[in-house]
Design a protein around this ligand. Structure first.
Ligand code: PLP
Length: 284
């Protein structure tokens, strides 16, 4: 695989980052994951806008221009013959020398890493046909979940806990309400209405979420942005989650309670179709 590191395209074995890099020592880095379908990038502008916001919130400098980012994405797709898959992008605050809590001096260049992951048939994930099962877990993350940092230890623990329980994923709960999934935004459907938590610092502002809500509104579907409980999810007609890599994923069980008789519901199915169709149309 050919990867990108700080201005160079390298074989992956040759791409090395300093042991002093703040991404490594402090978890001081932000990232984006973007899907590629048939060689085209989905939601490019959305991911770049969120990256710029994450960097600004953390006072990170050295962002690239849209044209530079696009060129890197296109080069990696071409050099790796990527058809379906993902592009992982990470920007860390760079090599600061010896460990220090303070940010390094202004002008310290960030460390920029991108690589592709091939996932043939990404849009035809069989899990989307059967739906997935989730368990709830307390949300013990920090309170700036709107910033997409690489501090993913707790989400990793949540996914391990879900797997240990024989389920696919975990939904975080705080003050009695679902915040979001371990790596996705969460939704329930009741009486045809799509219910999802409103944007705040409590959740990541999903790029897939923003587009899906736009497409749903255009399709005259009713949307309510508010928090919901696990009990409400268990009494819902359907549930699903969204993320850049899973698109719209139906959820058929919440803490052991089956929804829609344990089968994928019509709203989640339709929204997945709409998202993939519109997403492909807007891909560049
Ligand atoms: N929420 C969390 C915690 C995530 O990690 C992610 C994606 O990685 C999402 C939501 C979904 O965001 P997006 O649709 O931009 O991938």
């Amino acid at each position: 695989r050919t990867v990108y590191l700080n201005g160079e395209y390298l074989p992956e074995e040759e791409a090395k980052v300093s042991i002093f890099d703040r991404g490594f020592v402090m978890g001081d880095a932000v990232y984006e994951v973007t899907s590629v379908l048939e060689g085209k990038i989905l939601e490019f502008e959305g991911h770049l806008a969120r990256l710029a916001r994450s960097m600004a919130e953390l006072q990170m400098t050295g962002n690239l221009s849209r044209e530079e980012w696009l060129e890197i994405h296109r080069q990696l797709i071409a050099r790796n013959n990527l058809v379906d898959g993902m592009i992982y992008l990470q920007v860390s605050r760079g090599n600061a020398g010896d460990r220090d809590f303070h940010f390094p001096p202004a002008g310290t260049p960030p460390t920029i890493v991108l690589y592709t992951q091939s996932k043939p048939g990404l849009a035809e994930d069989p899990k989307a046909k059967t739906g997935i099962k989730v368990v709830s877990i307390p949300d013990l993350r920090w309170h700036r979940r709107d910033i997409k940092t690489v501090q993913l230890l707790y989400p990793s623990m949540a996914k391990m806990a879900a797997e240990a329980a024989g389920k696919h994923d975990a939904w975080f709960v705080e003050d009695g309400f679902v915040t979001e999934g371990s790596s996705n935004n969460t939704y329930i459907v009741k009486g045809g209405k799509i219910i999802t938590r409103e944007l705040s610092n409590d959740i990541l502002h999903g790029i897939t979420r923003a587009s899906l809500l736009k497409y749903a509104a255009e399709a005259q579907m009713e949307i309510e942005e508010r928090p919901f409980t696990i009990a409400e999810a268990q009494a819902a007609d359907e549930a699903f989650f969204t993320s850049a890599s899973a698109f719209v994923m139906p959820v058929v069980e919440v803490d052991g309670v089956a929804l829609n008789g344990g089968a994928v519901g019509p709203v989640a199915k339709r929204l997945r179709e709409i998202y993939l169709e519109e997403g492909r149309k807007a891909a560049i």
